[in-house]
Design a protein around this ligand. Structure first.
Ligand code: HAM
Length: 403
């Protein structure tokens, strides 16, 4: 029996898991700061939700879904992304008017695994529903940007584009089809097969990039309402001091987008996996899954990629390690007291020698060791540059004053 996790999945274990813990805690803080309450939806949904929501010509749907039949004969799919499930939950809740939700959890795509491209990966994201204003787009974009900035990623770049809407996109697609049809022979096989069904997706093809130097852009084909929307997005980003570049070829891999589309790029990563997050507006998604008209905007960030691109180290997982000369019972009581004062504390529960406990203290990474002596009374506290004796009750206060 092999103990390896399934292909394309990972065990997240210490010490690396400390980085995950910090990054995920910071996500909870940032999403709360922007007024997004937690939403949690099932890890699997009816397959139809993704066929109708994400789009049945996207790679995610045609090639990457983990689909199975349950014992009741229903076709279910492990969620490849979070937006369709959140929109379904929003419709089911019957809510009306501006509605926000933040999520964090694993997603599943049958991909060819490599660094930063996994079959199970972790996304954090938000959805902002029932609001049409471009100001919502900008608030959403700002949250992702500030969070990634604060986590500390090498070479963060925000790229934005507009994809128009049901008014102006059809005419643009006709233009695009004509452009690609004229160059059919120069396109790769996959792109050729997309000319009729989904020509926008060809813009995303790295192989065909040289054919597209003078491809028409959506920006020049926008209707008035979409043009005004895009103008406000750009001017508000500038107002907030958020730098961005416009990328007319940015189309995203999922079909539900209208108007604003954006990606956060980690320029320090390999180009094939350098999108650390992406999102956009999806004003037709709720209807395409059979609900009422409800505009929305959101993003998701890939935590696996953020961690690969991070340029910051996180602190130790513990504040204190307790070494007890009188056995683990006393260590347990002392740990309980220090923990009640808010410190992160560990000790050796197995009753090993003092020497062995000191070894564990040093490998634990805790910046302070508290030593409980055989003679009852004061404990000793050791830090990098100090050692002193004091009553156990004073340790937490003293350590906090040293930070
Ligand atoms: P997405 O661009 O498919 O968008 O995924 C968002 C991010 O998830 C990507 O930028 C990437 O960092 C990460 N990601 C995607 N696939 C993998 C993978 N196989 N391995 C590791 N990381 C991956 C969405 O999922 C949309 N639901 C975003 C959204 C929310 N749009 C509107 N609201």
């Amino acid at each position: 029996m092999s103990f390896q996790p399934p292909k394309g999945t990972d065990d997240i274990l210490p010490p690396d898991s400390q980085v995950w813990r910090v990054v995920l805690l910071e996500w909870e803080e940032w999403s709360a700061r922007f007024g997004y309450p937690l939403v949690a939806t099932p890890l699997f949904e009816a397959t139809d939700l993704f066929l109708r929501g994400v789009g049945d010509t996207t790679e995610v749907v045609t090639k990457q879904m983990y689909t199975f039949e349950d014992k009741g004969g229903r076709s279910l799919t492990l969620r490849p992304e979070g937006t369709a499930g959140v929109v379904r939950a929003f419709l089911d809740s019957g809510a009306r008017g501006a509605w926000k939700g933040a999520y964090s959890g694993p997603m599943f795509r049958y991909e060819r695994p490599q660094g930063g491209r996994r079959r199970q990966f972790w996304q954090v994201g938000v959805e902002f529903l029932d609001v049409e204003s471009p100001i919502a787009d900008v608030e959403v974009i700002e949250l992702g940007f500030r969070y990634i900035e604060s986590v500390g990623v090498n070479g963060l770049e925000l790229r934005i584009n507009t994809l128009g809407d049901h008014q102006c996109r059809p005419a643009y697609l006709t233009k695009l089809r004509a452009f690609f049809a004229e160059r059919r022979e120069e396109l790769c096989e996959d792109s050729q097969s997309l000319i009729e069904v989904n020509p926008l997706r060809i813009l995303d093809c790295k192989v065909c990039a040289p054919v597209m130097d003078d491809v028409p852009g959506m920006k020049d084909a926008l209707c008035e309402a979409c043009a005004a929307h895009y103008d406000t997005v750009r001017s508000s980003l500038t107002d907030l001091g958020i730098p961005f570049t416009e990328d007319p070829k940015l189309v995203r891999g999922l079909d539900y987008y209208t108007r604003t589309a954006f990606e956060y790029i980690g320029t320090g990563l390999d180009t094939a996996q350098n999108a650390i997050g992406g999102g956009g507006r999806y004003d037709g998604l709720a209807e395409s899954i059979g609900g009422r008209q409800a505009p929305g905007v959101g993003f998701a960030l890939g935590i696996d990629r953020i961690i690969m691109a991070m340029n910051r180290s996180v602190g130790p997982a513990l504040d204190v390690y307790i070494v007890s000369e009188t056995g683990p019972g006393e260590a347990l009581r002392s740990a309980s007291l220090l923990r009640s004062k808010g410190l992160r504390v560990d000790f050796d529960a197995s009753g090993r020698s003092t020497k062995a406990q000191f070894k564990s203290a040093s490998s634990s990474g805790a910046p302070a060791t508290v030593i409980i002596h055989a003679s009852a009374g004061e404990v000793s506290v050791r830090t990098m540059d100090d050692r002193r004796d004091m009553p156990l009750e004073e340790v937490a206060e003293w350590l906090k004053s040293q930070r």
